[in-house]
Design a protein. Structure first.
Length: 106
C-alpha cells in the first residue's frame, strides 16, 4: 500500500500510469466502503471493516450507511483514539490516497 506522502513519488516512478478517465468515471458515485476498504481499515485501525469501525463509534450507528449519525467532534476523538490518524481529515486524505493508488496500480 502506498502511504499518503508517497503517492506522488510512486506515480512519478511508475512506468505507465493510466489517466484519471481510464480508472474513474467522473459521474460515478464512490461508496465510502470502497475508499475505506478492508485493507485500509485493517492496516490503520483496530477493526477489520469500515462498518465495524463506525459501529464501534460513540454514536447510534451500526454501519457506514449511518455514518451521518456520528457527531463530528465525537468522530474526531474516536478516530484519534482508535486509528493511526490524529483526526478524521488525516484519515480521509490517507484513505483517498490509498484508493487512488489502488486504482492507478501503484
Amino acid at each position: 500500500m502506498v502511504l499518503q506522502t508517497d503517492l506522488e513519488t510512486a506515480v512519478e516512478a511508475a512506468d505507465d500510469v493510466p489517466t484519471a478517465s481510464d480508472v474513474y468515471e467522473a459521474a460515478a458515485d464512490i461508496a465510502v466502503t470502497d475508499v475505506f476498504d478492508d485493507d485500509f481499515v485493517a492496516a490503520h485501525t483496530d477493526f477489520d471493516t469500515f462498518d465495524e469501525l463506525v459501529a464501534a463509534s460513540p454514536a447510534d450507528a451500526t454501519s457506514a450507511d449511518e455514518l451521518d449519525r456520528v457527531l463530528d467532534g465525537a468522530w474526531d476523538e474516536f478516530v484519534a483514539e482508535r486509528t493511526d490518524f490524529e483526526d478524521e481529515e488525516a484519515m480521509v486524505f490517507a484513505a483517498r490516497d490509498h484508493w487512488v493508488a489502488k486504482r492507478l496500480g501503484v
